[in-house]
Design a protein around this ligand. Structure first.
Ligand code: TEU
Length: 529
């Protein structure tokens, strides 16, 4: 599954921002890469307070990308290339420019329009304190106070993310009906799947209690509440009226794998992003235990596992894996963190082959097949992500992984736009060797590695879904078999390890050295029985 961030994939009309015409023109590239589906991050009209996750209209396409007709055409053309389309639905919140929120603000306290959101009076003298002390996902508080038509302070509304993203009240029947209708709208247009944004946050405890230290599972005021299961059962019923080929994919960040897999029971969601593996440091025991935990939990509910190394919210793997020799945290971003990109690239290559050999679906974020590093020198005045503003200049935010892709040539815009324009985020000056064109002719490139791996994965009957078994190995080597003849070995030690003699190599992330697997490398082997 290939994640397209439409603003940064390819620009068809030359305005420096990616669009659907750009994607359409690059479908042969994606088909040649060997993917099965594209997941588009939000393409709806949006004031872009949070990169499109602030949706003003769920049934239209932002004019910067195209229009509804061009989206329908893209879905159909992609299918002609054997590529299915997954769209992103953002049900937790809407944009403050969405018609419902505008109507709610205008209608005043106690109006039916306000019941669709979380409007509350403030606490304390003059109601000048927010209803709770919850902390927003982007830092700061979760409540913003509106003013009435005369400019006097009025009620507060809840937003778990930025103040431009008011949270919907999922206990309200209009909210449920509207989203089921939006699902149908896109399923009618031939999409094969829906990625559900912030899927574990929709339901709230109406008493709005404060968040306590380590709440019992299911008792947090807004994370992973039991009411969600019924909401998604209703979504599942909608999806199933379209047959067995439409998938609901939850974006669910929960540290507890057992709680996570409750969403994957046969009548709830089909699948969800597994962030446990992405969060594991580069350590054989930690990676192995994440794999075991993930697979056994998924087996218990009969859902396919997913493997994710990155997305538009986290530091690019090449940079992340090059940052800390013992481990890393994907969410600790700081300007000027020392990075060993050569080491990070080796590990990112090894991690990609490891993940692609595991049972289940592999999610590839655009540009990771090129081994793009995080773009770390974006001038601060050009940073767009609200995370940057909220961090008071400490954290560069998520723009560094959202920079327009380099396609060809030696200088910006590297073929991203048809003419030499400034792209919406600036591209680094050193990306000439990372373009699709440059990597296509180099058999040792990251792109060639991905093409080969996806080709093997597509053609080998024992890859993708199906069982795996651990193979005996050095503790620093992650070794497992698939079917009768396939094995994957990842060397997570700092020294080369011996490989069994007389094996046939399918693919290796680094050249093998005299029958040895180098440090930070993965090899796919054909076992002889
Ligand atoms: O992300 C949900 C989410 O939980 C993120 O805040 C995540 O914790 C953070 O980005 C990690 O760095 C989704 C989208 O993927 C993200 O882009 C949006 O900003 C967010 O929802 C709000 O819609």
């Amino acid at each position: 599954m290939y994640q397209v961030y439409p603003r940064s994939f390819a620009d068809g009309d030359g305005d420096g921002t990616g669009d659907l015409a750009g994607v359409r023109a690059r479908l042969p590239y994606l088909a040649g890469l060997g993917i099965d589906a594209i997941w588009f991050t939000p393409w709806y009209p949006s004031p872009l307070a949070d990169g499109g996750y602030d949706v003003a209209d769920y049934r239209a396409i932002d004019p910067v990308f195209g229009d509804l007709a061009s989206a329908e055409e893209l879905i159909a053309t992609a299918l002609g290339h054997g590529i299915r389309t997954i769209i992103d639905i953002v049900p937790n919140h809407v944009s403050d420019q969405h018609a419902w929120f505008q109507a709610a603000v205008a209608a005043g306290p106690n109006s039916p329009e306000r019941q669709r959101f979380w409007f509350r009076d403030g606490r304390g003298p003059d109601e000048s304190l927010p209803p709770t002390d919850w902390t927003s996902e982007f830092g700061g508080g979760t409540w913003t106070r509106i003013t009435d038509a005369d400019g006097r302070p009025e009620q507060w509304y809840l937003h778990l993310f930025s103040s431009a993203q008011p949270d919907l009240n999922w206990a309200h029947p209009d909210v449920q009906r509207e989203h089921e209708d939006v699902l149908g709208f896109w399923l009618d247009r031939g999409v094969a799947g829906i990625r559900i944004d912030s899927a574990a946050l929709l339901a709230k405890d109406p008493r709005l209690p404060e968040v306590t230290e380590s709440p019992e599972p299911g008792t947090h005021p807004y994370i992973d509440r039991d009411e969600l299961q019924e909401i998604y059962r209703a979504w599942r019923r909608v999806a199933e009226t379209y047959g067995p080929d439409r998938a609901l994919i939850g974006e669910i960040w929960l540290p507890d794998v057992e709680r996570f897999t409750r969403y994957l029971r046969p009548d709830v969601l089909h699948t969800a992003f597994n962030f446990d593996f992405m969060s594991a440091p580069w350590d054989a025991d930690r990676l192995r235990s994440s794999i075991t935990r993930t697979l056994s939990a998924h087996d218990r509910v009969g859902a396919p596992a997913t493997w994710v190394l990155s997305n538009h919210d986290v530091t690019r793997p090449v940079t992340r894996y090059g940052r800390d020799k013992t481990g890393f945290s994907f969410d600790t971003k700081r300007f000027g963190t020392p990075t060993d990109l050569a080491l990070g690239t080796r590990r990112a290559r090894a991690a990609a082959l490891l993940a692609m050999a595991l049972p289940g679906a592999y999610y590839l974020y655009q540009g990771d097949e090129l081994g793009l590093p995080e773009a770390e020198n974006i001038p601060v005045e050009q940073l767009q992500d609200p995370m940057y503003a909220r961090s008071r200049g400490i954290d560069p935010g998520r723009d560094g992984c959202r920079v327009p892709l380099p396609w060809s040539g030696d200088e910006p815009p590297y073929g991203f736009s048809p003419e030499p324009v400034d792209t919406w985020l600036p591209q680094p000056d050193q990306w000439g060797a990372l373009t699709v064109a440059a990597q296509s002719t180099d058999p040792a490139s990251m792109l060639s590695l991905h093409r080969m791996a996806l080709l093997i994965r597509r053609n080998h009957p024992d890859l993708g879904d199906g069982p795996m078994r651990w193979l005996p190995s050095d503790p620093g080597v992650i070794a497992f078999g698939r079917g009768a003849d396939f094995a994957s070995l990842t060397n997570v030690t700092d020294h080369p390890v011996d490989l069994p003699a007389h094996l046939q190599v399918w693919l290796a992330s680094q050249p093998l050295e005299g029958g040895q697997l180098p440090s930070d490398a993965t090899v796919w082997l054909r076992l002889r029985s």
